[in-house]
Design a protein around this ligand. Structure first.
Ligand code: SAM
Length: 230
């Protein structure tokens, strides 16, 4: 059975690198879901505006089709392995992803486009379904979450004077600054880089900006880490 692509994501994340590993971790992330024919008829989304959040089913189109039974979740430091179905890995059979996102609005121009927030999707992600989130059915109090019982730890983010100046000159500077902080506080570096002294510079693309950063560790590598944005 073949799946139809019902629409495509236009994302604030041009590249995979730096995207938080689940939705909701960067609430300032924005995207547009542009529906395509025949799914772009206004009837298809009639009533959807009454819901604050949506489930988006999509294809990990930038992941290879090959998959393996065991994967190494970044949450476990990138070494320990768990079953692919015990993970949210992007390397999986059928390459199907599922994200809970905020619906910020629907625009009709004249076909409907959905304005999304807090997502974790790279630009051009193909979408195969949309469903409204039902808090009374979809959230479980006291659920156990195995090796990922809570959100990942966050780093402090410090913006350089140059970065703050650049942001202050843009009309979207405040929201962009919030997005930079939220994304970099997740520490986008590969898991194997995290526990070592790391003098490298990195870059994350957000909207039209190439955000350069490095990580500094206080207390000679034993203590607190901060992301410095250049
Ligand atoms: N919330 C979804 C899920 O659980 O199915 C995605 C989780 S997955 C661990 C999140 C990562 O997928 C992001 O950090 C990003 O790097 C990657 N990603 C997002 N869109 C993608 C796409 N279209 N193809 C491949 N990887 C993608």
């Amino acid at each position: 059975m073949a799946l139809d692509i019902i629409g495509t994501i236009e994302s604030c994340y041009p590249d995979k690198f730096g995207i938080p590993r689940q939705p909701g971790l960067a609430p300032s992330a924005t995207a547009v879901l542009r529906l395509k024919a025949p799914f772009d008829h206004p009837d298809c989304v009639r009533g959807l505006e009454q819901f604050s959040h949506l489930w988006i089913s999509f294809i990990f189109h930038q992941s290879p089709e090959r998959w393996t039974p065991l994967v190494r979740p970044p949450r476990l430091g990138g070494n320990a392995r768990v079953g692919v179905f015990a993970s949210r890995s992007t390397h999986r059979p059928n390459r199907l992803g599922l994200s809970l996102v905020e619906l910020a609005g629907i625009e009709y121009d004249p076909a409907p486009t959905l304005l999304l927030r807090g997502h974790d999707l790279v630009d051009a992600t193909p979408v195969v379904d949309i469903k409204p989130y039902l808090p009374w059915a979809d959230s479980v109090e006291n659920a156990s979450a195995g090796f990922a019982p809570e959100p990942p730890p966050q780093l402090d983010v410090r913006l350089s004077d140059d970065c703050q100046r650049t942001l202050s000159e843009r009309p979207d500077g405040a929201s962009l600054g919030a997005l930079i902080r939220q994304v970099l506080s997740q520490d986008p570096r590969p898991a194997y880089r995290r526990d070592k002294r790391d003098d490298r510079g990195y870059g994350v693309r957000l909207h039209d900006l190439d955000v350069r950063f490095h990580v500094e560790t206080d207390n000679h590598g034993h203590g607190h880490e901060s992301v410095i944005v250049v």
